[in-house]
Ligand binder design. Structure first.
Ligand SMILES: Cc1cc2nc3c(=O)[nH]c(=O)nc-3n(C[C@H](O)[C@H](O)[C@H](O)COP(=O)(O)OP(=O)(O)OC[C@H]3O[C@@H](n4cnc5c(N)ncnc54)[C@H](O)[C@@H]3O)c2cc1C
Length: 556
């Protein structure tokens, strides 16, 4: 059942088999799995069923560099369903290379291998409604053309690997199930402000939580899982420093360190020499109707030989902001997303990514593009509007073909583990008295060089097979990459998992080293960020943790 915590009296103690903090994708999936196994779960959520500015403000911090990290309001969502209410929906698995110890990338060793996560991939894809766990287009029946352009072979540079697209807002999708469950008590408007554990103890005492009406509640359970999102889970542990210097889980001084995400941007466009009509520039659909997209990727062997961070690159539309594209549909998208209606059409982060281009033209030039391209634009508006906002499987975006077979290339690369990139506690507090965080996200030379070398390798591949070439969009690609470092959407690393307490915060199951009953389900456990967006791996690890908790279940 779903309960508003506002009415619960001060000092109430609540007991369950498992307490879960945070009802985002990870928390909801864990709760449903554990309840299905017969366990009683108290799931507490700081936000409301829908967006609440007051709850959202609890996550804010002014202590960040806006050139490197967007505001927290764009990076997380405090409501039932969490950030899945605003995410993009890209579903990408971690690659084999992500689990390798790469000598050129210190601290990149996961304490588990791909074999330990693969058994959970199909279930995670199913939860995301992303179809089968097949990410090589050659293994999907009924797709005619495998690579991005015909005749381009897959060697160590590949164009047959795909991403899948999800449609899931976990709060909306599971609301009915959560309401009707007798074993799950989901309390919203209840914020965990600290985990209480005596010094030296192997188990925690309780989870302390506050309501906006001033009540302080205690949640006790045999097992507690923190699933409050990458940064907020870490913040919670840092705040739990009453008996633990630097916070619970800071035994190695690593709590809050290794904050990583991804590196993305555009420095080049691809000029293909193949038949423009045969370039697969946008989405395809698999036999289940799931949207998929091809990407350029590199094999494990090539990445290691060339000492590269993992990376994927894909074709995109020209910068919509620049009316020089002459495309009515792109101009319409620009005008719609930059109008006062824009924030209703896309989440703020996604809207900004589209309308914050390098060159902005006048509204008049965009209107002229629409007039010149009137029949296509007039057809596009209702068709895309239906597909995007009304269809049961929403189209993730739109792409425009290029008659000249020239496409900008978007890169999305791994941010190498970096102990100096970190979050720490600030002195100021939120409305419920929790100290906020300072975010100091840092990158290294390797991150920049790797993006540049990857482009050179792709260019060489296209030229070798006489299918085209890359041309740079800037005279100084290095300066561009260096000035576009930053993330905040994929919050990895700050409670990294490790075999030994000296090397991380949690063990390979997600259990905080040194404690028997406190677990973390979040991308903060990731050791590396790979070229994959975080959601699929978050769910894979949450399902794996659910199995672990079911096996070791002791009922309250
Ligand atoms: C704009 C955007 C686009 C993205 N696009 C993609 C994408 O295309 N593909 C992809 O894989 N990933 C994407 N991501 C990342 C992805 O959305 C997140 O990694 C994922 O949703 C995190 O899920 P979670 O359950 O771990 O955390 P969250 O969804 O953040 O859930 C945590 C929950 O805990 C609650 N909470 C926090 N603190 C407390 C507390 N102290 N007490 C109680 N409750 C608390 C929060 O309110 C929230 O509901 C995107 C993220 C953003 C911001």
């Amino acid at each position: 059942m779903i309960v508003d915590a506002a009415g619960i009296p001060d000092q109430t103690e609540m007991v369950a088999d498992v307490t879960i903090v945070g009802a985002g994708a990870a928390g909801i999936v864990l709760a449903l799995e554990l309840a299905a196994a017969g366990l009683k779960v108290n799931l507490i959520e700081s936000g409301a069923p829908r967006f609440s500015p007051r709850a959202q403000a609890l996550a804010d911090t002014p202590h960040l560099d806006p050139d490197v990290h967007p505001p927290m309001s764009e990076c997380t969502r405090r409501q039932i369903g969490g950030t899945s209410a605003i995410w993009g929906g890209r579903v990408v698995p971690f690659d084999l290379v992500d689990f390798d110890e790469r000598p050129y990338m210190p601290s990149s060793q996961w304490p588990l291998g791909q074999g330990e996560v693969l058994p959970y991939l199909a279930h995670a894809c199913q939860l995301l409604k992303a179809g089968q766990p097949v990410f090589d287009i050659r293994n999907i029946p009924g797709i005619n053309q495998h690579t991005i352009v015909p005749g381009l072979p897959d060697t160590h540079v590949q164009s047959s690997q795909i991403e899948r697209w999800s449609v899931v807002d976990f709060g909306a999708m599971h609301e009915r199930e959560l309401r009707s469950s007798a074993r799950i008590h989901l309390y919203h408007g209840l914020t965990c402000t600290a985990v209480k554990a005596p010094a030296g103890a192997r188990v925690i005492d309780y989870v302390q939580a506050h309501t906006f009406s001033g009540a302080m509640l205690r949640l006790k359970a045999r097992r507690t899982v923190l699933a409050a999102g990458g940064l907020n889970t870490t913040r919670l542990l840092l705040n739990s420093d009453e008996n633990h210097p630097g916070g619970i889980g800071n035994h190695s001084g690593l709590l809050g360190r290794f904050y990583t995400g991804h590196i993305s941007g555009r420095i080049a466009e691809v000029h293909f020499t193949t038949d423009p009509a045969k370039t697969v520039y946008g989405f395809d659909r698999d036999p289940q109707g799931v949207y998929i997209r091809r990407r350029f990727t590199f094999t494990r062997e090539l990445l290691k030989k060339e000492r590269l961070n993992n990376i994927a690159l894909w074709l995109v539309n020209p910068d919509v902001c620049d009316p020089a594209h002459g495309n009515g549909i792109l101009s319409f998208a620009y005008l719609a997303l930059s109008s006062p209606l824009g924030p209703r059409l896309a989440s703020e982060a996604i809207r900004k990514a589209v309308v914050e281009g390098e060159v902005h033209g006048s509204v008049a030039r965009h209107l002229l593009n629409m007039l010149r391209d009137l029949p296509r634009t007039a057809w596009f508006i209702p068709t895309f509007g239906y597909g995007r906002y009304l269809a049961s499987r929403k189209v993730p975006g739109f792409f425009q073909p290029s008659a000249s077979n020239v496409y900008p290339l978007h890169y999305f690369a791994e941010h190498a583990p970096n102990a100096d990139s970190r979050v720490t506690l600030a002195d100021d507090r939120d409305e419920l008295g929790m100290r906020r965080i300072c975010i100091d996200m840092r990158y290294a030379r390797q991150d920049i060089d790797s993006v540049l070398r990857s482009h050179a390798l792709l260019d060489a591949h296209l030229r070798e097979h006489a299918k085209g070439e890359l041309r740079y969009l800037t005279s100084d690609p290095e300066a561009y990459v260096a000035s576009h470092l930053g993330d905040g959407y994929h919050q990895c690393g700050t409670t990294r998992m490790s075999h030994t307490p000296a090397d991380g915060v949690t063990d390979p199951a997600g259990r905080v080293h040194g404690l028997d009953d406190l677990f973390i389900a979040s991308s903060s456990n990731f050791v590396t960020s790979g070229q994959a967006n975080s959601m699929l791996m978050i769910l894979v690890l949450a399902l794996r943790l659910a199995d672990h908790l079911k096996r070791s279940a002791v009922r309250a």
